[in-house]
Design a protein around this ligand. Structure first.
Ligand SMILES: [Zn+2]
Length: 475
């Protein structure tokens, strides 16, 4: 007897007339392990980690630096050992002690923000690595405390994956490359959970799961993202909300503990997760994946150079990621290909450049200087320039890219073309709502972070599941 979702899937495949589209569905199950105030949360993490190990499932535990240190101080080798059998990520050094990442990044530029993130967070990364015996495989921001400068810092810290949820940036509810870091973020219909507070189980989550599996299978495969916090299983309120709300920053001796669930209620919560996992297991084609495994499922962040004339045709028309001869390329990669700079991960510009160059065309010889100058900048700094010079005047990066794309036609004069930036629709436009978190000061405005983040849209592209993986899983 086929389950309803499989009948739906079969119908979908028949309708599209192709079985080739069927693809693997991966489930990333992750736990933000952050409460360093209520010791019962240590036991919750232990219990969840052991339960999953007993089921043969590896999850990703994103650990806060202070949580790791507190586990060590409390002598909880049992918790550290149990979590170490799973994947270990990083969830910031202090989570909700102010300033949180958005708070300390909001008035900093791209480069100084990356330096500051590294200064504040590297010690936490080192502590997690020392205590758990492995480098964190991923990072995710506390609450909605997001900033684009993080990408550069994460690359320097050797953390290749951003695993979290948020509204600042996203592509089609699936993983994407951004700033050279693989993001599982803004997953929409592919991010949900069995709710802990609706009874002994949450059958609605089972339907959502089956629907997501059928839909993703039919569209060639994809990722489902599911997360919890161990503390939720033992407390009825969040450990940080009761201490650090709206910018409050009491000293450690004044920290209070969140209200506890009764032992019976905690048992019920563990049961909800256990039943949900058992339901997920009824879908034979899904595979649980950790953050460590995620990059291996996708084509990497750097595509091989495709046909330059196809790239130029695309970039001249609009500046957004696109498929060139079967390879997904970001606008930054397309620009590097036209500049004949070796393919590599680069950052986007750090500010919005302007075009001051007024004539309709540039003498070809002068433009060759401009192109050589731009290539030198990218090769030297591993990021895109804000603007490029034509003598004393400038072209914004977008206008330069379009003009370069159009210059292939040759001649003594290169026509100046206006760049049509088309990736900004993948970013939030409202500076407040995506940063609305009870810990941030009331009305916190992340507009500067979104502005900076949008500039990095040059590096944005969907992550493409590796074909070999897709083929194998059809068996
Ligand atoms: Zn958190």
């Amino acid at each position: 007897m086929l389950s309803p979702s499989y009948r739906l899937l079969a119908a979908t495949l028949l309708a599209t007339g192709s079985l080739a589209a069927a693809g693997p569905v991966y489930v990333a199950l992750w736990f933000d392990t952050e409460d360093y105030i209520e010791p019962a949360s240590d036991d919750a993490a232990l219990r969840i980690a052991n339960n999953l190990s007993a089921e043969g499932i590896r999850a990703t535990f994103k650990v806060v630096g202070e949580k790791a240190r507190v586990l060590e101080q409390r002598g909880r080798r049992d918790v550290i050992r149990a979590l170490s059998r799973h994947d270990i990520g990083y969830h910031s050094n202090w989570h909700s002690v102010h300033p949180t990442p958005s708070e300390y990044l909001v008035r900093l530029g791209y480069l100084e923000g990356a330096d500051e993130f590294e200064r504040r967070e590297a010690t936490g990364v080192d502590d997690v690595k020392r205590i758990f015996g492995k480098r964190p495989s991923c990072y995710g921001q506390p609450g909605s405390s997001w900033g684009p400068q993080t990408n550069l810092a994460l690359r320097r810290l050797g953390i290749p994956v951003y695993l979290d949820e948020g509204q600042q940036v996203g592509i089609n509810e699936q993983p994407f490359w951004y700033g050279g870091v693989l993001h599982v973020f803004q997953m929409g219909r592919n991010q949900f959970r069995a709710r802990l507070n609706v009874g002994t189980e949450d059958p609605e989550a089972y339907s959502r799961f089956d629907e997501a599996v059928a839909r993703l299978t039919a569209q060639g495969g994809g990722v489902i993202s599911i997360y919890y916090h161990p503390n939720e299983f033992v407390t009825t309120e969040f450990w940080d909300g009761v201490n650090f709300a709206h910018g409050a920053n009491p000293p450690r001796e004044a920290w209070v503990k969140p209200r506890r669930r009764t032992p019976e209620d905690s048992e019920r919560c563990y049961g909800v997760l256990r039943r949900f996992v058992h339901h997920m297991r009824t879908q034979p084609a899904i595979r649980f994946v950790t953050a460590t495994e995620l990059p291996g499922l996708f084509e990497g962040p750097v595509a091989a150079v495709g046909d330059r004339s196809a790239i130029a045709a695309q970039l001249k028309q609009h500046i957004v990621f696109g498929e060139i001869q079967g390879q997904m390329m970001s606008p930054a990669e397309m620009l590097l290909a036209l500049l004949q700079v070796k393919p590599q991960v680069v950052d986007g510009p750090t500010a919005r450049g302007v075009t001051t160059y007024a004539p309709a065309s540039i003498p070809a010889a002068a433009f060759r200087h401009t192109v050589a100058d731009a290539s030198g900048f990218v090769d030297g700094f591993h990021r895109l320039p804000n603007e490029v010079f034509v003598g004393a005047e400038t072209l914004s990066l977008a206008d330069f890219a379009a003009t370069l794309a159009g210059s292939a036609e040759g001649g003594d004069e290169v026509q100046v073309l206006r760049g049509n930036i088309d990736y900004e629709r993948f970013f939030a436009s409202d500076g407040r709502k995506p940063f609305n978190w009870v810990i941030h000061p009331a009305g916190f405005d992340g507009t500067p972070l979104l502005d900076l983040g949008r500039l990095q849209g040059w590096t944005l592209k969907p992550a493409t599941l590796r074909k070999a993986t897709a083929t194998r899983s059809l068996n």
